[in-house]
Design a protein around this ligand. Structure first.
Ligand SMILES: Cc1ncc(COP(=O)(O)O)c(C=O)c1O
Length: 413
């Protein structure tokens, strides 16, 4: 397999040619949000300049064209994750909204007092708080599978917690802090055997590796466009058709209805049943363009590139005294995505970030919206995190290494 050419790809991203603090931007924060190629930016601008109209309703050319583009994006997205049909793909604002929709609509209808819900301590708040809220609303128990080596889901413990016969198991495919890639196919199989419905948080996997929802066999899969080259404000929920069919819509109004009388309403077909009100049309169009861009590269190449760059980053950071790296080791690369969280002994992560900033490098420091993991499990108030994508090169890592040495000099460590 030929390698992805990050240097060539970089040229498609206007922002990566700009400077931050007088230095060419090295963007190492794609787990927070990715940068956007000009193809995506142009597709949105083209829509506004040439066929901006509301979808579904207009019987005139540009509305039909906008509807077509919106639907095509949905079809492309369905193919991208290998859903059986676009009817299984609901456009929402982001992964957070997708997970909340499931917790509110499916959860309220199916979880009762005393029931169990199962998740893990390595979840992003977006895949933890909705379940805490649901458990509270219903008087249900929220269980957490243990972690092993501070990096992996303890599968034995997961098996034991499944004996409680949880109604739903909600687990991330890739941890946004540890980079751990969970075996979601196996987890889904185990959970189904225990009678649970399965939701996979794909916010950090869909942008970076091939996702096949039929192979995983999960019931729900949530992800965000902005982390995969698309604009913000557009994300998606995949749901198996028979599961979505039985669910009630969360919001009323607009395209989600079939008919309305003064007494009540009936619902539109899938997936429109869950898309109330005017949608983020330009976002969906940009999302479709982003999917096209990723398809052109090939997700296998994307994954391979990130594996290479992550291995390189771990090797280089591993050589620096007082630097600790979290998550799977460099020998466990098949279980690690393009995320490297680290700490520099004696220097606060925010100070590390500031030094990076002065060098034109964007990284993130904090609890990464995974406070239970960072504080309770790993025992840190904050961590620094570098995260990679298709436009990152070894040179970005070399600059990061230089910035760590600079921070150590400044803080006398
Ligand atoms: C693993 C994980 N899940 C969910 C989310 C939430 O994504 P969004 O803010 O786009 O809804 C994130 C965002 O960082 C994430 O990393």
């Amino acid at each position: 397999m030929a390698k992805l050419d990050a240097r060539k790809i970089k040229k498609d991203f206007p922002i990566l040619g700009t400077k931050m603090n007088g230095k060419v931007l090295a963007y190492l924060d794609s787990a927070a949000t990715s940068q956007k190629p000009k193809q995506v930016i142009d597709s949105i601008s083209y829509y506004y300049k040439n066929y901006n109209a509301n979808i579904h309703r207009g019987i005139y050319k540009i509305s039909e064209k906008a509807t077509e583009a919106y639907t095509k994006s949905k079809e492309d997205l369905a193919k991208f994750i290998n859903a059986k049909s676009y009817r299984e793909v609901v456009f929402l604002r982001n992964a957070t909204e997708a997970i909340n929709l499931v917790a509110l609509s499916w959860g309220d209808a199916n979880v009762k007092r005393g029931d169990h819900i199962l998740t893990t301590p390595m979840e992003h708040h977006s895949n933890m708080v909705p379940w805490q809220l649901l458990a509270k609303r219903k008087g249900a128990h929220l269980d957490y599978a243990n972690l092993s080596e501070n990096s992996f889901i303890d599968m034995e413990d997961l098996g034991e917690k499944l004996e409680m016969e949880p109604k739903i198991v909600a687990i991330t495919e890739v941890s946004n802090v540890l980079g751990t890639i969970n075996d979601v196919k196996k987890i889904t199989e185990m959970a189904h055997k225990a009678g649970a419905v399965v939701l996979i948080d794909g916010a950090q996997s869909a942008p970076h590796m091939k996702v096949d929802v039929q192979k995983i066999n999960c019931d729900f899969f949530a992800f965000s466009g902005h982390k995969m080259l698309a604009p913000s404000g557009i994300g998606a929920l995949y749901g198996k058709e028979d599961v979505l069919d039985l669910m009630n819509p969360l919001f009323g109004g607009g395209e989600m209805i079939r008919s309305v009388t003064l007494e009540g309403a009936t619902w539109n077909d899938l997936p429109w049943k869950f898309e109330a009100g005017t949608q983020n049309i330009e976002g969906a169009i940009g999302f479709g363009e982003a999917i096209g861009y990723l398809n052109k590269i090939g997700m296998d190449k994307v994954r391979k590139h990130e594996e290479d760059i992550t291995r390189y980053a771990m090797e280089k950071l591993g050589e620096i005294d007082r630097v600790k790296i979290y998550g799977p080791t460099s020998k466990q690369m098949n279980k690690r995505g393009g995320i490297v969280s680290f700490s520099v002994d004696g220097i606060h992560p925010h100070d590390v970030s500031q030094v990076f900033d002065s060098e034109g490098i964007a990284i993130r420091s904090g609890h990464h919206c995974a406070m239970p993991l960072v504080t309770q499990m790993l025992g840190n108030s904050a961590l620094s995190r570098m995260s990679f994508y298709i436009y990152n090169e070894r040179e970005d890592i070399d600059r990061a290494v230089h910035a760590i040495h600079k921070a150590k000099r400044i803080f006398g460590k």
